[in-house]
Design a protein around this ligand. Structure first.
Ligand SMILES: Cc1cc2nc3c(=O)[nH]c(=O)nc-3n(C[C@H](O)[C@H](O)[C@H](O)COP(=O)(O)OP(=O)(O)OC[C@H]3O[C@@H](n4cnc5c(N)ncnc54)[C@H](O)[C@@H]3O)c2cc1C
Length: 330
C-alpha cells in the first residue's frame, strides 16, 4: 500500500489526463497519475504517433508523438507521482476518501479524475478466420512504425477518420496505397476526404474483405479477396501490407462495477465534469454531455474545469482563482 493520500488521482495518461495532472500541480495539489501502458500519451502516442494533428490551438501542425512528448515535458516542469504500467481495476469509497485498487499498488485519494479514453485499446479485427501468421509481417491493426510501409504495396481498410488519415499518410511513403471501404461515402473530416480525393490513393468502394491468404508464388505478399457490396463481383488484390482500421472496441466494462452513472459506454458528467459519485470527475473521450466533441482540444478544457471544481470541493477557503499562470513563476 502507498502511504501518501493524494488530493487528486487521475486515471489515464492520455492528453486529457496528462494536462489535467499538470494543471492540478499548477494549483499546488498533491497529484497521482496512473497509466496502464508503459508510456504516457494515450491515443496520439499509441494509435497515431506519426500522423499529424492540425486542430490544437497554437500548434499549426504536430505529430501524435510530438504532442505526447511536449505534454510530458510540460508535466515534468512540476512533476507528479506517475504510476506507469499500472491499470486501475476498482474504485471503492472508504470514509471520506477513495481507495483505488490497481494491478500494483492501492492508492488513497480525496478526489478522482477518470480520463481513460475508450479504455484499453482493442482494435476491431477481421471477423473471418485467417492464418494468424499473417499478423507477423503483413497484417496490422495499428501503425507502430511508418517505415515498415516504405516502398510497399499497402492496402488500408475502413472508412472513418483513422482509415482516411492513414491512407493519406502512408501514400507518402508507400509504393502504392489502396483504400477499401464498404460504402461510397467516408465517415471522415471533409478536409481529409478532399485531401484523399486529391491524392493518388486508389479508392476501392464499395467493397468488403472476404479473405486474406499468403500469396502462393510469393509468400512475403498477401492476397486480399474483395467482394463488391450488393453484387457478385469478386476481385483479388496482392499487397505487402494490409492495415485494418475498423475502429476500436471500447472497454469501459470495468466502470459498471464502480456505481458510476453511464450513458452507453460513456460517463455522465455535469457542466463541471462531476459524476454522480462524490469528488469523482471524468474528462476526455470517456465522457458524455450535450455537445461533447471527442477532440484533444476539448479535453484540454475539461481538465482545468474538473480540477477547479475538485479544489473548490476539497478546499473551499483556498484562493483558487488565478487568471495568469505567470504568477506561478514566483
Ligand atoms: C486515428 C485517430 C486520429 C485522431 N486525430 C485527432 C486529431 O487530429 N485531432 C484531435 O483533436 N483528436 C484526434 N483524435 C482523437 C483524440 O486522440 C482523442 O480525443 C484523445 O486522445 C482523447 O484523449 P483522452 O486522454 O480522453 O483519452 P486517450 O487518449 O484514449 O487516453 C486514455 C489513456 O487511459 C489509459 N487507460 C485506459 N484504461 C485505464 C485503466 N483502467 N487504468 C489506467 N489507465 C487506463 C489508456 O491506456 C490511455 O493511455 C484522433 C483519434 C484517432 C483514433
Amino acid at each position: 500500500m502507498n502511504e501518501t493520500t493524494y488530493d487528486i488521482t487521475i486515471i489515464g495518461g492520455g492528453p486529457a489526463g496528462i494536462f489535467s495532472a499538470y494543471f492540478a500541480r499548477l494549483r499546488k495539489l498533491n497529484v497521482a497519475l496512473i497509466e496502464s501502458l508503459p508510456k504516457l500519451g494515450g491515443q496520439p502516442e499509441t494509435l497515431y504517433a506519426q500522423k499529424n494533428i492540425y486542430d490544437v490551438a497554437g500548434l499549426p501542425k504536430i505529430s501524435g508523438t510530438q504532442l505526447s512528448d511536449q505534454l510530458i515535458q510540460q508535466l515534468h516542469f512540476l512533476d507528479c507521482d506517475e504510476y506507469l504500467n499500472t491499470s486501475v481495476t476498482k474504485l471503492t469509497r472508504k470514509d471520506d476518501l477513495w481507495e483505488i485498487t490497481t494491478t500494483k499498488d492501492t492508492i488513497y485519494t480525496k478526489a478522482v479524475i477518470i480520463a481513460i479514453g475508450n479504455g484499453a485499446f482493442e482494435p476491431r479485427k477481421l471477423t473471418f478466420e485467417y492464418d494468424k501468421a499473417i499478423e507477423k509481417n503483413n497484417l496490422r491493426y495499428f501503425v507502430n512504425d511508418i517505415e515498415e510501409f516504405r516502398n510497399k504495396d499497402v492496402v488500408v481498410a475502413g472508412g472513418g477518420d483513422s482509415a482516411v488519415d492513414w491512407a493519406i499518410s502512408l501514400n507518402n511513403v508507400s509504393n502504392k496505397t489502396s483504400l477499401i471501404h464498404r460504402r461510397n461515402k467516408y465517415r471522415a473530416m471533409e478536409s481529409s476526404v478532399d485531401e484523399l480525393n486529391d491524392s493518388s490513393v486508389e479508392q476501392l468502394n464499395p467493397y468488403i474483405i472476404k479473405n486474406v491468404t499468403f500469396n502462393s508464388t510469393n509468400p512475403d505478399k498477401i492476397d486480399i479477396t474483395l467482394k463488391m457490396i450488393k453484387s457478385d463481383e469478386v476481385k483479388i488484390i496482392t499487397a505487402d501490407k494490409l492495415l485494418v482500421n475498423y475502429g476500436f472496441i471500447s472497454d469501459s466494462k470495468i466502470l459498471r462495477d464502480w456505481n458510476i452513472d453511464l450513458t452507453g459506454p460513456f460517463i455522465k458528467v455535469d457542466q463541471e465534469m462531476e459524476t454522480n459519485l462524490p469528488n469523482v470527475f471524468a474528462i476526455g473521450d470517456i465522457v458524455s454531455y450535450p455537445g461533447k466533441l471527442q477532440l484533444i482540444t476539448t479535453s484540454f478544457a475539461e481538465g482545468p474545469i474538473a480540477v477547479t471544481k475538485a479544489l473548490r470541493n476539497l478546499y473551499p477557503d483556498k484562493d483558487y482563482f488565478q487568471h495568469s499562470t505567470s504568477l506561478f513563476e514566483k
